[in-house]
Design a protein around this ligand. Structure first.
Ligand code: SAM
Ligand code: SF4
Length: 340
C-alpha cells in the first residue's frame, strides 16, 4: 500500500490507531517492494562535540559546561574513514556540533582525501552554514547532507532552538537541494509540547520538501539540559511515524536511528521491520564516542568499524535482510523519476 496522496486526516488516523499492526505491515511491505532485503550501512564519525548553539534538548548545547569537549584532528577523521571504507562501508557520515573552528578549507581537504581512490559517498551533518560554505563542501565532493528541521511548529522551534530561526533552517534545506546535495531532514518524536497535529504537519512538510532521506528518532532527555525532567518520546510513536513516512514517501531512505536503539534494546530491529531501510553504526573512535553525548546511554553496535559492520551483518541476517553492496543513493521523488 503506497499512499503518496495521503491526506492530513489519514495521517492523524494512523497516528492515533489503537492497533498499529496493519500500519507496520503495510510499511514493511512497501519497504520490501522498493528495496528488497537490502539495508544500506552508513558509518557515523562524530568528529567534534563543540557547539555554538544552545538547543534545549541536546547534551552538547553550548551552555552545558559538564561536557568534556573534543575535536578529532583532520588526520584522525581521515584514518577512521579510510579504515571503515576498507571494511566495506560505502557511506561515511561526518557529524558534529556547530563548530566553526575547522573552517571549510580543512573540511574540504578531509572530504577530498577520503574520496580519493574510493567510490564512497560522504554525508555531512554539520548544522546551519552559509550558501558559500555549503557550496565549497559540495564542490569538494560531499554527496549528501542531513539537517533535521526538528519540528514544523514555529513556536515550538523557537522555544527549543533559541539560537536558530525556523525560516533559516528551512532555507538551508532548500539551499542544500539547489546545490545538488542528496538532502535529508527529519524530526524528534515525543518532544515536549508536540501534538499529533504537529506530527501530521511535520510529515506533510517532509513530503513538500521532497526529501531524499528522513531521520526520525524519539526525544530522549539529557540530565544536563533544561528538558532534563521531560518525558521521553516512546518507541511506538517513533515507529508509527517511520511507518507513515514510508507509506507517503516510498522512495525515501529512512534509517533505524540511534535514538530508537537507545530508547529500547530492540528498537533498531523493530524500526527495520516497519519501514526503515538504513542502519548507521557509530564508528567514532572509542576514546571520543562517550563524549558525544547528545542524550545518555547512546546505543552503539561494536567498538570499531570492522566489529560494527560484522555485528550489523549478523543482526540483518536474523531479520532475513542483508548489507547492500551498493552506495544507496537517492532513489528519486514520489513519482520515482528524479535521479542524481
Ligand atoms: N549539530 C547538528 C544539527 O543540530 O543539525 C548535527 C548534530 S545534532 C546532535 C543531530 C541531531 O541530534 C539533531 O538534529 C537532533 O534531532 C538530535 N538530537 C539532539 N538532542 C537529542 C535528544 N535529546 N534526543 C533525541 N535526539 C536528539
Ligand atoms: Fe548543537 Fe546540534 Fe546539539 Fe543543537 S542539536 S546543540 S546544534 S549539536
Amino acid at each position: 500500500m503506497i499512499m503518496p496522496d495521503i491526506k492530513r486526516e489519514d495521517i492523524l488516523r494512523w497516528l492515533k490507531t489503537d492497533d498499529p499492526g496493519a500500519l507496520f505491515a503495510a510499511a514493511d511491505s512497501t519497504r520490501a517492494t522498493r528495496f528488497g532485503g537490502e539495508v544500506h550501512i552508513r558509518g557515523i564519525i562524530e568528529f567534534s562535540n563543540f557547539c555554538a548553539k544552545n538547543c534545549l534538548y541536546c547534551g552538547l548545547r553550548n551552555g552545558n559546561s559538564n561536557v568534556r569537549r573534543y575535536r578529532m584532528s583532520a588526520g584522525e577523521i581521515i584514518d577512521t574513514a579510510l579504515e571503515a571504507i576498507s571494511c566495506g562501508y560505502k557511506t561515511i557520515l561526518l557529524q558534529s556540533g556547530e563548530d566553526k573552528s575547522y573552517g571549510t578549507d580543512i573540511l574540504c581537504a578531509v572530504i577530498k582525501r577520503i574520496k580519493s581512490g574510493s567510490d564512497c559517498r560522504i554525508t555531512l551533518s554539520l548544522g546551519e552554514l552559509d550558501f558559500d560554505e555549503y557550496k565549497s563542501l559540495r564542490d569538494a565532493g560531499a554527496d549528501r547532507y542531513l539537517l533535521r528541521f526538528e519540528t514544523s511548529d514555529r513556536a515550538l522551534f523557537k522555544k527549543l532552538k533559541p539560537f536558530s530561526s525556523y525560516d533559516n533552517r528551512i532555507s538551508c534545506i532548500r539551499r542544500l537541494k539547489s546545490l545538488g546535495f542528496q538532502t535529508g531532514s527529519g524530526i524528534m518524536t515525543g518532544l515536549p509540547g508536540q501534538t499529533y497535529d504537529t506530527l501530521s504537519d511535520d510529515m506533510l512538510l517532509m513530503r513538500e520538501l521532497d526529501l531524499d532521506m528522513i531521520g526520525i528518532g524519539p526525544f530522549i532527555p539529557h540530565h544536563d539540559t533544561p528538558l532534563a525532567n521531560c518525558i521521553p518520546g516512546g518507541l511506538e510513536l517513533a515507529l508509527r511515524v517511520v511507518a507513515i513516512v514510508r507509506l507517503i514517501m516510498p522512495n525515501a531512505h529512512i534509517p533505524a536511528t540511534t535514538a530508537v536503539g537507545t530508547i529500547e534494546k530492540d528498537g533498531i530491529e523493530k524500526a527495520l521491520k516497519c519501514g526503515a531501510n538504513v542502519f548507521m553504526p557509530n564508528i567514532t573512535p572509542p576514546g571520543y564516542r562517550d563524549y558525544y553525548e547528545i542524550y545518555p546511554n547512546k546505543f552503539y553496535h561494536g567498538m570499531d568499524p570492522a566489529d560494527s559492520i560484522y555485528l550489523a551483518g549478523n543482526m540483518l541476517k536474523r531479520l532475513g535482510r542483508y548489507i547492500s553492496p551498493r552506495a544507496g543513493d537517492a532513489m528519486g521523488n514520489i513519482t520515482g523519476i528524479k535521479r542524481y
